[in-house]
Design a protein around this ligand. Structure first.
Ligand code: GLN
Length: 309
């Protein structure tokens, strides 16, 4: 395999003519303002070497990538009991779909579609006020990234609170099935803030490293989850991390990954590296268009697909 830094440069060069492709999310007004002509990528290996290209140090809205961190927290709080509240199957429908919820009596398909993530956030709150739950989440993500400078973008959180009608619908619907325990506006307050976490590719790659390294961060020595739990979170990311584009992502990239409508993707090469990529333009199912292309190129050039090289 060629040198990793050279591989990143080659991907960056290959992507250049396509920069700006895709459509930025515009249902959250603040996200519609983001310049689509940005691209960054960071690869952090389990032995602590970091390789970056492009806008890898620019903070962006991680949106649904945060669902990996709240899932980790919720499993830490109630363990396998979580699976009474949310399923573990791919949804085959859009991230904000409402139709499946009625068929399945208020139990969302998986923790990564919006309904499932909102139920997970309800678990994370564990009787606390939104402010405390947001504080706990921010501390956790800073601990994972080993970086106290990670923040939440309040303007984005406010923007989504003002326009998140579908998420209110999903949460109210689940509440009618008693699958939301706290007041709906409190749960969504926390959910919108977790989605508004602002991180760079470098920070995100650090935060995801435990998933590539059997549940512990090899750089800090912090033990986050057991190897078994890390393996299972990776399994969920592979099957559900890209909504109804999860099959395509597994087919083209072959790594567990989680996308967000801010244009970021966190991918995990188990035992090897944590990878974060960001490009705001999205494909039809709401995953970063060039981010997916870049990861496909990376997997092809490194042989890191979990399905073999
Ligand atoms: N905050 C966004 C929402 O709830 C997250 C969606 C996403 O990143 N796919 O709609």
């Amino acid at each position: 395999m060629a040198d990793l830094q050279d591989i990143l440069y080659s991907i960056y060069r290959e992507i250049q003519p396509r920069i700006g492709e895709g459509k930025v999310a515009d249902y959250i007004p603040e996200l519609a303002k983001v310049d689509p002509r940005q691209f960054g990528m960071a690869v952090l290996t389990v032995d602590g070497k970091i390789y970056c290209v492009g806008d890898a140090d620019v903070a962006f809205s991680i949106q649904s990538i945060s669902k990996v961190f709240t899932l980790t927290l919720a499993l830490g709080k109630i363990g396998e009991g979580l699976w009474k509240r949310v399923g573990r199957e791919p949804s085959g429908s859009a991230f904000n779909s409402i139709v499946q919820l009625e068929h399945e009596a208020g139990i969302p398909r998986n923790p990564f579609i919006n309904a499932g993530a909102i139920a997970v956030t309800d678990v994370v709150m564990a009787g606390h006020e939104p402010r405390e739950a947001i504080g706990e989440l921010l501390r956790f993500v800073r601990y994972l990234a080993d970086d106290e400078s990670v923040t939440i973008d309040q303007t984005i959180a406010r923007s989504e609170t003002a326009t998140g009608f579908r998420n209110f619908a999903l949460a109210n619907f689940m509440k009618s099935y008693r699958n939301i325990q706290h007041p709906v506006d409190h749960v969504l307050g926390v959910y919108f803030h977790q989605c508004a976490l602002s991180m760079s590719c470098e920070q995100l790659a650090h935060a995801g490293l435990f998933l590539a390294a059997r549940g512990s961060n090899p750089l800090t020595g912090h033990s986050v989850v057991s190897p078994k739990r890390a393996r299972r979170i990776n399994a969920l990311m592979l099957m559900c991390g890209h909504y109804d584009g999860s099959g395509d992502f597994a087919y083209n990239v072959g790594l567990p990954g989680k996308s967000g409508v801010g244009g970021g993707i966190l991918a995990v090469a188990p035992g090897i590296a944590s990878i974060a990529v960001w490009s705001p333009g999205l494909n039809k199912v709401g995953n970063s268009l060039l981010g997916s292309v870049a990861l496909e190129l990376l997997a092809a050039r490194t042989g890191w697909s979990i399905f073999g090289d």
